[in-house]
Structure formats: structure tokens, C-alpha cells
Design a binder for this molecule. Structure first.
Ligand SMILES: C[S@@+](CC[C@H](N)C(=O)[O-])C[C@H]1O[C@@H](n2cnc3c(N)ncnc32)[C@H](O)[C@@H]1O
Length: 511
């Protein structure tokens, strides 16, 4: 066992994992899962967070900067990764975070309590004894209402990826360097994908893998597909292990991975009859969707007095944000105009003036979240005079929001998004981390913990946004850095537009 841990340490020291932020592994998202279940999640802006396997801190650092009232501890086995993370912490001057080089097996009993414990990309990639320790640590160190987040590869869907892993490892046998291992892994998938002579399931699977694997960086291939340990689990087994440690499964953070509302009512009926409880129901859904990955939230068993009220009624206590696309979708059978709101993956069609007004209100408010009552009020205003029953309106709106949340069309928050600027303001300011990322990495982290790919012009502007420059000073700096530049008025106009783009991408802090 020590040998495996040593091998993992050596692998991550040899090639750092390209660890970035994970939107679904943020206390804001974890808290929503608990709130929808009727629990009282710990306050996100004043909490203690432990991240296990934080690597270089890509997930933890943005949280630490954006939630100065909270405290953060990150541990990881690899000294090299921790040193890289600590160097960034020093460079951007964060005071509320500690990154420690530590094997989870040695996590001290007196480390205190944490409101959120996060382990992303860990459970499937460590031996069974370390998975057991993870559960013990969650049980021992979660505060009374604390929440743990654990992500893992799931069966049955991951089995197909296991086939690909096996062939990559086979072809990499005898490789003498990590770069050669990654190359041989990539070449194997290419060899198969390009030479399968018959159609069908296997061919499609290999073609799809080739696309993702040929674009993946070495560190991803080496530490995801080709790492010494990579296991997948049925939800029922994960939940049963958690139960054995006095922990209860509440749900998963990426609501749009849950297809319950997207399958026919008759299938929902059948699955409900076959399932003794919600975990069995979710297990059936994993079979139905061939699910490959979960991001599960656990709490202490005694804190899990999960409500019998519907998620829709819990939504009334939350904040909602969304910037869906809006398109006209003709008229319905009653002759009413239908408007479609959505993302590139999913849409809702609405014909009632009330939810349509609410969705438009969300678009206007973006990137800020609105309280449910403000949103319901916007909907009520759009109702005909004789249909202004505020309770009925609120119930209907909560159902619309629940559907949109489950389709990934809107986000839910347990707190107002006071930190995100809707307009750039006189002295626009981005986080220190985003300013550092803009010059160092290919992507920057937004204030909603999403990964943003910025164009070169925006990347040039971001480092200047430390809150000391107004648009004249920004134009002067940009003019210094670029020759030739347009006349000052045109340049200021261009910068104004760029700043608004950054605000829409949730990259500017509200002053
Ligand atoms: C696949 S990477 C995931 C990194 C990061 N959490 C992410 O998802 O971006 C797995 C990480 O687990 C760390 N790790 C493996 N075994 C560990 C242990 N026993 N204790 C602490 N960290 C460990 C590795 O050093 C590595 O950084």
C-alpha cells in the first residue's frame, strides 16, 4: 500500500496535474444541494473549508480570495504541487489559506472542524484504504451541519472508459518517461479509432475517445486515464460505504446531470415503483443514462433530517441567476406566442406571460442573482389584473425555476451575489488571481467559479484592472503597450465595450 502511495506521489511530482477551478466543487453549489433537501447549510461567506488533494490549489485559491471571511486549508501528497500553489498564494498575497503537503492517511485528529470538505478527482484515484480514510476524515471533521463533496467515476458508464484505459496502459508498457507514456497512450487510441473496419457501438466509442484524447494535455492523460489507480463505483456502493461511516448522501451538485425530469412520466412511474428509496431511484437513473461521473454531497447522518417538502418550496428561500438565450418558437395550439429560453444543450418553451417576464428579468439582472421574491414579483406584474394571486404565482414560478435549474438554464445561490459587478464602475477591478491568471494561464476564474477563456485583448486589459485606473488611465496604459493605437476616443470606446464583456463574464468585482 505504501508503495502505491509513493508511486502516486512520484507521479504527481514528476508531472503536475493541471488543476483548475471546478465550478461544481464550490461551497456555493454544495450548499444549494443541502438547501434543496431542506437542510440548513453552513454560511458560505463565513465558513471553514478543507480541500483534500488540492494539487496546486487551482480550485481553492479563487474561493479564498473571493470569500475573505472564510478560512481554507488544502492538503496534497505531492510536495512539488504544494510548493507551486504556495508560491501563487504568496504572489497574490492571500492570508486566509494554508496549503500543506500531507498524506490524507496522516491527517491529524486535532485538525478541528470544517463546514465544507471537498475531494474532487480523488476517490477514484486512490487505493481502497485511502478511500476509507476519506470517509473517516469526513465523519470526524465535518461540523454539525457540515457538508462533504466527493466526486468519483461511476458505473455502469465508466466501464467503457476502463476499456480505453486498459489499451492505453498496454501500449505504454515499457515507456521510459511520462511524455512517452502519454504519447503511447494517445497513439493507441488513434490506432484503434482509425482502423476499425466495422461500424457500431465500439467504433463510435473509439471515435469519440479519439476526439477527447487527442486534444487532452499530457498531465490529464497521465493522471486521469493512465494513473496507477483509477476505479469506478456504483452509486449504491458509494452510499453504502458513506452510511457505514455515519454519513448520508443528499444529492449531486451538477443538477443538469440528473435526467429525472427529462424522461417520460411512464418511465418515472416504473422506476419509482421499483425503488425503495431515492438512492435506488438514482441508481436506476445511472443505469438509464449510463452515467460516468458523480459529484456527491454527504452530511453527518444525524444532521440529515431531509425535508418532505418539495425542492420547489425550498427554492423560495434562494437566489436565482441566469442568462439564457431567448428565441421565438412560433405559436402554440391556443394561438399564444411561444418563447424558448435556454442554453446550447437544453431549452424550456414558455407561453405564459409570467414566467416569460421572470426569465427576461433574470437576463437583465445578469450576472447578479435575484431573490426569489423579486423574481416572483416581476412575474406577477406581467399577470392579467384578474390573475394576480401572489401565492399561486409563487408556486408556479418555483416549479418553473426548479425545471430550469434541473436543465442547467438557471443557477441557484444560497446568498446574494453582492461580490459580482453588473457594470464595470468608474475604477474597474478584477481579482488578484484573475489578473495573475491572465498573464500566466490560458483561462481565468470568474467570480462564479467558472472557467473563462478570454480573447487576447481582454487578457491584456485584465492585469490593469486593480481598481486604481479609470477609463482614461486604462486607455493611456493600453496606448503605451500597443503601437499603433486608434485615436483616444475610439480606444476608450473599445475599452468600455471590453469592460462590459468582462462584467458579463462575471470577472469584475462590485466596489
Ligand atoms: C487527479 S488529481 C486531482 C487534483 C484536483 N483535486 C483536481 O481535481 O483538479 C489527484 C490528486 O490527489 C493527490 N493525492 C493522491 N493521494 C493522496 C493522499 N493519500 N493524500 C493527499 N493527496 C493525495 C495527488 O497528489 C493529486 O494531486
Amino acid at each position: 500500500m505504501d508503495e502505491i502511495v509513493e508511486k502516486l506521489r512520484a507521479d504527481y511530482d514528476a508531472v503536475e496535474y493541471e488543476a483548475l477551478e471546478h465550478v461544481h466543487a464550490h461551497p456555493d453549489r454544495i450548499a444549494v444541494v443541502a438547501a434543496l433537501g431542506g437542510l440548513t447549510p453552513p454560511r458560505v461567506d463565513n465558513c471553514r473549508v478543507l480541500e483534500i488533494a488540492c494539487a496546486v490549489g487551482g480550485n481553492l485559491l479563487p474561493m479564498a480570495e473571493q470569500m475573505p471571511g472564510s478560512r481554507f486549508v488544502g492538503i496534497d501528497l505531492s510536495p512539488r504541487q504544494i510548493e507551486s500553489g504556495a508560491a501563487i498564494v504568496r504572489e497574490i498575497g492571500l492570508m486566509n489559506i494554508e496549503l500543506r503537503c500531507q498524506d490524507l492517511m496522516d491527517f491529524p485528529e486535532d485538525a478541528g472542524e470544517f463546514d465544507y470538505i471537498i475531494a474532487h478527482g480523488f476517490y477514484s484515484w486512490v487505493p481502497a484504504i485511502v478511500r476509507e480514510r476519506l470517509m473517516q476524515v469526513c465523519r470526524r471533521h465535518l461540523s454539525k451541519n457540515g457538508l462533504a463533496y466527493i466526486s468519483y467515476n461511476t458505473l455502469p458508464g465508466w466501464r467503457a472508459k476502463g476499456v480505453i484505459r486498459d489499451m492505453m496502459l498496454y501500449n505504454a508498457r515499457g515507456a521510459t518517461s511520462p511524455a512517452e507514456r502519454a504519447t503511447r497512450g494517445r497513439e493507441m487510441v488513434q490506432l484503434i479509432a482509425e482502423n476499425i473496419s466495422y461500424g457500431g457501438f465500439y467504433r463510435n466509442m473509439m471515435k469519440d475517445s479519439q476526439k477527447s484524447i487527442s486534444n487532452a494535455v499530457d498531465s490529464y492523460l497521465l493522471h486521469e486515464q493512465m494513473e496507477a489507480v483509477n476505479d469506478a463505483f456504483y452509486l449504491r456502493d458509494f452510499v453504502s460505504q458513506a452510511r457505514g461511516h455515519g454519513l448520508t448522501f443528499i444529492g449531486d451538485t451538477n443538477a443538469s446531470d440528473d435526467y429525472w425530469n427529462r424522461i417520460p412520466a411512464s418511465a418515472r412511474d416504473t422506476i419509482s415503483k421499483l425503488s425503495a428509496d431515492s438512492v435506488e431511484r438514482d441508481q436506476y437513473m445511472d443505469f438509464l443514462t449510463n452515467r460516468m461521473f458523480r459529484r456527491s454531497v454527504l452530511c453527518r447522518a444525524e444532521a440529515a433530517n431531509i425535508t418532505h417538502e418539495s425542492a420547489a418550496s425550498q427554492i423560495r428561500k434562494l437566489y436565482i441567476a441566469g442568462n439564457p438565450t431567448e428565441t421565438s418558437a412560433g405559436t402554440n395550439a391556443a394561438g399564444r406566442s411561444v418563447i424558448e429560453f435556454g442554453t446550447k444543450d437544453d431549452k424550456v418553451q414558455l407561453s405564459d406571460a409570467r414566467p416569460i417576464a421572470a426569465m427576461r428579468r433574470l437576463r437583465e439582472a445578469w450576472p447578479s442573482a435575484l431573490s426569489f421574491s423579486d423574481l416572483a414579483a416581476a412575474a406577477l406584474e406581467a399577470a392579467p389584473e384578474n390573475q394576480r394571486d401572489s401565492e399561486k404565482n409563487a408556486v408556479a414560478m418555483a416549479h418553473v425555476i426548479e425545471t430550469c435549474y434541473s436543465l442547467g438554464i438557471v443557477e441557484l445561490w444560497t446568498r446574494p451575489t453582492d461580490h459580482i459587478a453588473r457594470v464595470p464602475g468608474e475604477f474597474p477591478r478584477a481579482t488578484r488571481l484573475a489578473r495573475w491568471q491572465a498573464v500566466t494561464l490560458a483561462t481565468v476564474t470568474s467570480l462564479r467559479h467558472t472557467r473563462v477563456v478570454t480573447e487576447p485583448a481582454l487578457r491584456q486589459l485584465l492585469p490593469l484592472l486593480d481598481g486604481t485606473r479609470d477609463i482614461d488611465a486604462l486607455a493611456a496604459e493600453v496606448a503605451k503597450q500597443n503601437k499603433p493605437t486608434p485615436d483616444r476616443q475610439t480606444l476608450k470606446k473599445m475599452i468600455g465595450l471590453a469592460l462590459q464583456q468582462l462584467a458579463t463574464a462575471s470577472l469584475l468585482i462590485k466596489n
